[in-house]
Design a protein. Structure first.
Length: 264
């Protein structure tokens, strides 16, 4: 039954997943195509040194002169995190709450699928989707690096993908947990989105404001993006983010199994 429901959910989402993958490839391709022109700009390092120190630290501008540093600044600091977060939060919110609001959750629960197992299956679907997008990102970065001479190593590209998956996982897990606990997709979307925005504000402030700096490591963005996601290596912080997603789901299990499910 696990394989049946799990594979059915993946099959139902395959077109959307393909679309997300194409979008990521297009984004990496467009940004990478700029590298040959940017790398030949005279006095690039001197120009970057003139930027305010807070901005250089927030966006890792000091490393902009290498292919890896360029992608860290242009893609991995803002755009890719946003894409992975939107995917994870939207899929997480729809996994349980979307089924309940459409009236199909009751049909699932009158079969042999228990609420706990359904929650685990939907979590596996979410993680699989993130992993697929991470693999697509890895392949796109390696391919574009070879085409445009960016000299991005396999290890750097791999850790960049791991960082994006790890960053999105707890917020996707939070959205899924809120949706399972409340049965309301909009509440799940809002709750997880507010948490993501708050975490980014904390991260950005900790890079700019000295008084906030000690609190920076509490932000998931710090764990995923500090020292550059590409080339920073796999860190314990990545495992902590995955563990946070597991905790959110574990807390949602007793609430989901005890509350009344209403088909709307």
């Amino acid at each position: 039954m696990f394989a049946t429901v799990y594979l059915k959910c993946l099959r139902d989402q395959r077109r959307g997943l393909i679309g997300w993958g194409i979008g990521i490839v297009a984004l990496v391709l467009l940004e990478s195509a700029l590298w040959p022109s940017i790398s030949r700009i005279p006095g690039l390092k001197e120009m970057l040194d003139s930027y305010p120190e807070s901005l250089r630290e927030l966006f890792a501008i000091d490393e902009f002169t290498s292919g890896t540093g360029f992608l860290n600044t242009e893609l991995y600091s803002v755009m890719l995190p946003i894409l992975f977060l939107v995917f994870a939060i939207s899929r997480g919110a729809r996994a349980i709450a979307g089924e309940e609001e459409s009236g199909t959750l009751e049909v699932l629960l009158i079969t042999r699928v228990t609420p706990t197992r359904l929650l685990l299956e939907q979590s596996a679907v979410l993680l699989t989707g993130l992993t697929v997008l991470g693999a697509v990102l890895f392949a796109a970065v390696i391919g574009c690096s070879a085409v445009f001479g960016m000299q991005v190593g396999i290890g750097a590209a791999a850790t960049g993908s791991v960082a994006m998956i790890a960053l999105a996982a707890p917020f996707g897990g939070l959205a899924l947990a809120i949706g399972a606990a409340t049965g309301r997709r909009r509440v799940a979307l809002t709750g997880a989105s507010v948490a993501a925005v708050g975490a980014y504000v904390l991260f950005a402030a900790s890079r700019i404001v000295e008084a906030v700096r000690p609190w920076g490591p509490w932000s998931p963005f710090h764990q995923a993006l500090a020292d550059g996601p590409m080339g920073g290596g796999v860190r314990l912080g990545h495992l902590a983010l995955i563990a946070a997603a597991v905790v959110f789901l574990a807390l949602a299990v007793p609430v989901f199994t005890r509350r009344d499910i209403s088909g709307v």
